[in-house]
Design a protein around this ligand. Structure first.
Ligand code: PRP
Length: 214
């Protein structure tokens, strides 16, 4: 019976997460082979991996359905769940930015802005950013293809993630300001930290060695 459950994030974070675990000698052979199952046991029988959607990852950890999780810093902040952060894993690196269509940036450079309509998948992060800047903002929550919003008049600009920069570029948008550097973090359940202290520390150390040795 596995002693520790770790919630992994489906999508682009999954391959680098599995690579990191593999280098720590924690293998999930069936998952590595690309099964559609959602629960897997490690080769040594000590660990269980579950597969979650990105935005749900901290929820599984907060409620203790998973002892540990691998989650992007963007999701950790946006979801605001009660979890603790153990290790910056240095994978899934990207940036949260404020971006506008190019011609709008020229106008803003000349006239500035006092109020804006912003589309984003991250309303909490966006609202906090503009609150600190004292800018009046209407936030429109979207679930994807955020770059589309200012191109069809839904918003003035966007707060979104930039990885390669290709999506912004190919849609004629430009970064106006960087908001946050993002990478994936190992997060933990607050109760497990006490009740499973030893095995949790052991897991954390194995991961930390790989990250620091990289
Ligand atoms: C993310 C993000 C950007 C894009 C950035 O979207 O919201 O749209 O990736 O990547 P790039 O800088 O490498 O082009 P995702 O792929 O998660 O799809 P979504 O728009 O459906 O959320």
């Amino acid at each position: 019976m596995p002693e520790l459950t770790i919630a992994l994030t489906k999508g682009s974070l999954l391959a680098p997460s599995l690579e990191l675990l593999r280098r720590a000698n924690i293998r999930f052979p069936e998952l590595e082979r690309g099964s559609r199952k959602l629960i897997f046991e490690s080769e040594d029988g000590k660990y269980r991996a579950i597969l979650t959607r990105a935005t749900d990852n901290p929820t599984y950890v907060e409620y203790g359905a998973a002892d540990l999780g691998i989650s992007g810093k963007d999701v950790i902040i946006e979801e605001g769940k009660q979890v603790f952060e153990l290790v910056d894993l240095g994978i899934g690196k990207c940036k949260m930015v404020l971006a506008f269509p190019e011609e709008r940036i020229r106008q803003i450079d000349e006239e500035g802005f006092s109020s804006l309509v912003i589309a984003t998948k991250y309303p909490r992060i966006a609202r906090e950013f503009f609150r600190k800047k004292n800018v009046q903002v209407d936030i429109i929550k979207l679930y994807g293809s955020v770059e589309l919003a200012p191109l069809v008049g839904l918003s003035d600009g966007i707060v979104d993630i930039v990885s390669t920069g290709r999506t912004l570029r190919e849609n004629g948008l430009k970064v106006y300001e960087d908001i946050l550097d993002i990478s994936a973090r190992l997060i933990g359940n607050v109760v497990s930290r006490r009740t499973k202290y030893k095995i949790l520390r052991d897991f954390e150390e194995r991961i930390r060695e790989v990250v620091n040795g990289a």
